[in-house]
Each structure stands twice: as structure tokens, then as C-alpha cells.
Design a protein around this ligand. Structure first.
Ligand code: PMP
Length: 360
């Protein structure tokens, strides 16, 4: 068996020790005689697994006591509807900062429930940056301000927690949660799908401040009402038990490796290898402004896109897979989440250099 370097944007590579532990515990979890997938979610064994996962996540992110951590389903796309249903709280307007495909998706969905307003956008410059905070046109009476903390497709990431005054700040952190420390207290709500830095798809993480819970629109499905979910400790309906178990193993793996500060150092080192090379050549190009280049998703273009197919084929032959860029933007994208070792990034840059020598 040989494992590839998997640059997929998600579902993405998981830490190998976690996969090995899953395999070792598959048929008989801790002497229970069954797999985690076969356990009742209301039994003491699974409840212990879920509680430990939540405790580890709280510890890693230093989640303040006045925030709930919810394990939900429906993905980040589901949350694009679930957030406005819960957070409008009698208000009508929602302010969005438009930085690309994922903030656009959030905005369109929220428009079904409220008045979605673009407070700032980088569309005019091809979504190559985060619009400067000074240019945001915010309504002090908005229900909340929504940002996409890391645009997985465009590769644009926030490296500041925007101050939006008393209005709650909501962030889609699907693709950068757990990649580095975050000051949760700056946000009213953080959400993300698990399938990048956390675990298998099927689990959605929601971290929400207590005062924002309990005023959902009457039409909100019970399973998506944060109050119902929080009161039932994320067990109102059957939660994605396997995904929660694997997420718990990933949280433990992060903690054992030194927590989020260590993840950040590792992720910065990896991203620097790739961006430094992109900046040193004119054969490839990064489409993103330097101060907001994502540490997680690195889109790049070859000078001549007629060479794209040959580049991908050669990469694949070297065990460097899933490098094709999203169809919306084309080119290449290397997703280098926590589980990508720096050796994978060096192998990619080695291939990029070899390809450049052959084709320049
Ligand atoms: N937001 C962001 C930033 C994403 O990267 C993704 C998935 N790639 C989504 C939302 C959608 O997530 P899901 O498919 O889990 O609903």
C-alpha cells in the first residue's frame, strides 16, 4: 500500500495516525465488542466519546464558557440557511462581505430569509483580496455581519478579526478552523463543515454565543433550531456518530502535536515554501494579493494554460493528486490543511520546478 499526497480541498487528507487508530478500533472499540458506528448515540460509550470530542475542541480553541459548541448536520451550505433562521431575531437586514464564491453562496441563501446586503466586495478586482475594513458600509441595525474567513476556491483568507461593533460577527470557517488559534470572543457565531481540518464529512461544527440562541424563526426545523440542539447537547436527533468519533481523534492528534499554535507554525512554513516559489518564477502565478493569501488553499495558474493537463498528469504520476483548480476559477489549487506534511509541499514544488525546466 502506498499513500499519495492528497491536495484535495475537501473531503481532504486526514492525519495518518488517526486513520490507523480508526482501523485498529474498527471492529472492537475499547473492548465493547462493536464498532463506534454500531453504538447507540444514547449509550454511555458514545456519550463519553462525544463529550470528550467537545471538551477537546473547546480546549484547542479556548472557547469561552458563554458559547455553545454544537455538532450538527447539513454542512456549511445548510448553515447558510440555518444561521439566518436563528439569528435574524426580529431584524431584517444582514450585512455580507463578498470575497468570492463561498460568501456569494451564503449571501444568496440568506436572501430567502432576510434582506441580504453587500456591505463590501472585492468582485471588482477579481476576488483577489479582503476589502479593507475601512471600506465596509455596515448598518448598525443589521442582525449580523457575515464573512467567509477563508475562501476555499479563491484562496483569500482573513488575517484579522474584523471589529463590527455591537452587531454579531458570523464567520464561515469551513476551510480554516483549527489551522491556527482564533479569538472566539470576537465572533457571535462560527460554523464550518468538518471535511477539511476536522474529520469526515457529515459533521458540521457550530460555535455560538449564548445570547444569540432562542429566537429562531417559527418555521425553523426543530433539528436546526440552535436552542433545541443546545438543550439536547447535540443529541436531539441522531448525530453523525462516526464523524464525531473521528473528529475527536483529530482533536487529540492536534493537541498531542502542540495545539493550534503548533499547527499555525507548521501551516505557515508549508505555505511559505509554495508562495516563495510562486513569487520567484514567472512560469506560475498566484492570483491573490500577498496580505490575504490563504495558508490552507493555494490557487495558482500556469503561464500557459494549454500545459495544465500535462502538469496534472505528471503530478498524478508522482503521487501528487487532486491539484486541479475549482472549475469556477480554473488553473491549479493545492489545499494544504493540517494533515498535509511539509514533505508533500516540497514534493509539489520539486515537480513544479521540474515541469518548468522542461517547458519554459
Ligand atoms: N463554505 C466554505 C468556505 C467551503 O469551503 C465549503 C465546502 N468546500 C462550503 C461552505 C460548503 O460546505 P458543505 O459542502 O459542507 O455544505
Amino acid at each position: 500500500m502506498s499513500r499519495v499526497f492528497n491536495f484535495s480541498a475537501g473531503p481532504a487528507a486526514l492525519p495518518e495516525p488517526v486513520l490507523r487508530q480508526c482501523a485498529a478500533e474498527m471492529l472492537d472499540w475499547h473492548g465493547s465488542g462493536m464498532s463506534v458506528m454500531e453504538m447507540s448515540h444514547r449509550g454511555p460509550q458514545f456519550i463519553a466519546i462525544a463529550q470528550e470530542a467537545e471538551a477537546l475542541l473547546r480546549e484547542l480553541l479556548a472557547v469561552p464558557a458563554n458559547y455553545k459548541v454544537l455538532f450538527m448536520q447539513g454542512g456549511a451550505i445548510g448553515e447558510n440557511a440555518i444561521v439566518p433562521m436563528n439569528l435574524l431575531r426580529g431584524k431584517t437586514r444582514i450585512d455580507f462581505v463578498d470575497t468570492g464564491a463561498w460568501s456569494q453562496k451564503s449571501l444568496q441563501e440568506a436572501g430567502k430569509y432576510g434582506e441580504a446586503h453587500v456591505a463590501a466586495s472585492s468582485a471588482a478586482t477579481g476576488y483577489d483580496r479582503v476589502p479593507p475594513r475601512a471600506d465596509w458600509q455596515l448598518d448598525p441595525d443589521a442582525a449580523y455581519v457575515h464573512i467567509c474567513a477563508n475562501e476555499t476556491i479563491g484562496g483569500v483568507e482573513y488575517f484579522f478579526d474584523p471589529d463590527v461593533g455591537a452587531v454579531p460577527l458570523v464567520a464561515d470557517m469551513s476551510s480554516n478552523l483549527l489551522s491556527r488559534p482564533v479569538d472566539v470572543s470576537k465572533y457571535g457565531l462560527i460554523y464550518g463543515g468538518a471535511q477539511k481540518n476536522i474529520g469526515p464529512s457529515g459533521l458540521t461544527i457550530v460555535i455560538v454565543r449564548d445570547d444569540l440562541i432562542g429566537q429562531a424563526l417559527p418555521c425553523t426545523p426543530s433539528a436546526f433550531d440552535y436552542k433545541t440542539v443546545a438543550d439536547a447537547e447535540s443529541m436531539y436527533n441522531t448525530p453523525p456518530t462516526w464523524a464525531i468519533y473521528v473528529a475527536g481523534l483529530v482533536f487529540r492528534w492536534i493537541k498531542d502535536r502542540g495545539g493550534l499554535q503548533a499547527m499555525e507554525a507548521h501551516n505557515r512554513a508549508k505555505a511559505a515554501v509554495l508562495y516563495d516559489y510562486l513569487d520567484a518564477t514567472d512560469f506560475y502565478r498566484s492570483p491573490v494579493q500577498r496580505d490575504c493569501r490563504s495558508l490552507m488553499n493555494v490557487p495558482f495558474h500556469l503561464k500557459d494554460k494549454a500545459l495544465d493537463a500535462a502538469f496534472l498528469k505528471g503530478a498524478e504520476a508522482r503521487g501528487l493528486v487532486q491539484l486541479k483548480g475549482h472549475r469556477v476559477v480554473g488553473g491549479m489549487r493545492a489545499s494544504i490543511y493540517n494533515a498535509m506534511p511539509i514533505e508533500g509541499v516540497h514534493a509539489l514544488v520539486d515537480w513544479m520546478q521540474a515541469f518548468e525546466r522542461e517547458h519554459r
